[in-house]
Design a protein around this ligand. Structure first.
Ligand SMILES: [Zn+2]
Ligand SMILES: [Zn+2]
Length: 233
């Protein structure tokens, strides 16, 4: 039995962006409150230490898998973001899409003819910052990235909702022309609407010598995010 287990091999790994649907599917609970524990010290439902996200205390069992501490692997949750947020690591992808596709018809701003005999990366270079769309003939205003994460058209700032709308417009087959596989990487998935929250087993709380509970840094940060979201909603 054991030998068989060790003979298993990983042939390939594929990385992809998570769609909001996938985040929803992966998460065991929606986090809606920054409160962690009630007066009796029990994790609050819908809080960051919700028992559906895993068991980290002796004596409690996980409300998702029913197992106890050390046996429960932990389960992620999610936070509904009050406004879409750019994933900072994917700013280059967002910039590429804003500068190479038409904001009105969503097509690559390079005529079919000029696309012939070119590699996907050559096509994206040639399509970049076109002044007029060769497909729908619309004039295109140039998008500039004001680092780290502000997109401008002239003096006007494009907010995350507007950016997302532009990205949604781009069709799968148009993305393929510049080498983006829409199955694993729809550009609008890089503008987050649902934030995946790591399980409690990833960010366990510790008990200090004084008997006080102390939370992981990540829990504090996630708590700030829920507070901000509740202010905006
Ligand atoms: Zn569990
Ligand atoms: Zn167009």
């Amino acid at each position: 039995m054991r030998e068989k287990y060790f003979r298993k091999q990983v042939r390939a790994l594929r990385f992809s962006l998570l769609s909001p649907e996938k985040v929803k599917k992966l998460s065991a609970a929606k986090i809606v409150t920054p409160e962690l524990y009630d007066i009796d010290g029990f994790p609050v439902d819908g809080g960051l230490m919700d028992l559906r996200l895993g068991a980290i205390d002796p004596g409690v069992s996980c409300r998702t898998c029913g197992k106890r501490v050390k046996e429960c692997p932990g389960h992620p949750g999610c936070i509904d973001l009050a406004r879409p947020v750019f994933h900072i690591k994917y700013i280059p992808l967002i910039e590429l899409c804003l500068r190479t596709f038409c904001p009105s018809c969503g097509k690559l701003t390079l005529s079919e003819e000029k696309q012939k005999d070119h590699t996907p990366s050559e096509r994206s270079k040639k399509a970049r910052d076109a002044k007029r769309c060769p497909h729908c003939n619309e004039m295109i205003e140039r998008v500039k990235l004001d680092k780290p994460s502000t997109f401008m058209i002239g003096k006007k700032r494009l907010n995350s909702i507007e950016v997302r709308q532009r990205l949604v417009l781009i069709k799968d087959e148009e993305l393929k022309r510049i080498g983006i596989n829409a199955k694993t990487c729809r550009p609008e998935w890089s503008v987050l609407s649902l934030l995946l929250v790591p399980s409690v087993t990833v960010r366990p709380s510790i008990t200090l010598d004084s008997g006080e509970r102390s939370e992981d840094d990540m829990t504090h940060k996630l708590s700030d995010i829920t507070i901000s979201c509740n202010h905006i909603f």
